[in-house]
Design a protein around this ligand. Structure first.
Ligand SMILES: N[C@@H](CCC(=O)N[C@@H](CS)C(=O)NCC(=O)O)C(=O)O
Length: 211
């Protein structure tokens, strides 16, 4: 399996967690000439990261990839069998992709610009706090967000929450997570596959922020 990703890509890190947790044999490749390039779009029509190539066909969209990996490599289970719990796991993944991560991504422009716009950062920070409170009310860590074992619900937030903290700290408006999420983050980040999967992302993110 070919895994198109970059070390800095959050959505790639979300999928790398599942690849590592399931022990999938994969070859990680950078998109030729970067994502959105013509060369990369010739392989992955959307031009986004991440994507996988298996037996000559290509799949993009992180959550679809993660669900495919769950079906193709059922062990360890990352989408529980009970319909209600399954739906709640999917809800958290969708909540992450549609409502939480885009608020964090909006901070990139502030970190990039020389001298962040403090009012714009404060607004994004308050919107993010609202989303984090919604997330905190939707989970029941035990110790993973909804399950005793790592599930698909954990993967996006495991990347996005530390990223939000790093970006806001770089803009001098630090973020304290709701206690339930802070406790979960410490426990879930210590999972060996999570630590392995996130190592390249952590290094690249820190280097980018420092630069
Ligand atoms: N909904 C997509 C979002 C992926 C995404 O935005 N990836 C970024 C890199 S982390 C990207 O490829 N950006 C380029 C673009 O949006 O054209 C997914 O879940 O895979």
């Amino acid at each position: 399996m070919i895994f198109y990703a970059t070390p800095l890509s959050s959505y790639s890190a979300k999928v790398r967690i599942v690849l590592c947790a399931k022990g999938v044999d994969f070859e990680e490749r950078l998109p030729p000439n970067g994502y959105r390039s013509q060369e990369y779009r010739a392989i992955v029509p959307m031009g986004t990261l991440p994507a996988i190539e298996v037996d000559g066909w290509v799949l993009s969209e992180s959550e679809v990839i993660n669900e495919y990996l769950e079906e193709r490599y059922p062990e360890p289970v990352m989408l529980p069998p009970e319909p209600a719990l399954r739906a709640r796991v999917r809800f958290i993944s969708r909540f992450h992709d549609l409502y939480l991560e885009p608020r964090v991504r909006a901070l990139f422009a502030q970190v990039r610009s020389r001298g962040a716009d403090a009012a714009a950062v404060a607004l994004l920070r308050s919107e993010l706090i609202l989303r984090l409170e919604q997330l905190a009310r939707s989970v029941a860590p035990c110790p993973f967000l909804l399950t005793p074992q790592l599930s698909l619900a954990d993967c996006g937030p495991l990347v996005t929450l530390p990223l939000a903290q790093q970006l806001l700290a770089a803009c001098a408006q630090p973020l304290t997570l709701p206690p339930v999420l802070q406790t979960w983050l410490v426990a879930a980040s210590a999972h060996p596959a999570v630590a392995r999967a996130l190592k390249p992302w952590r290094t690249a993110t820190q280097a980018w922020i420092n630069s």
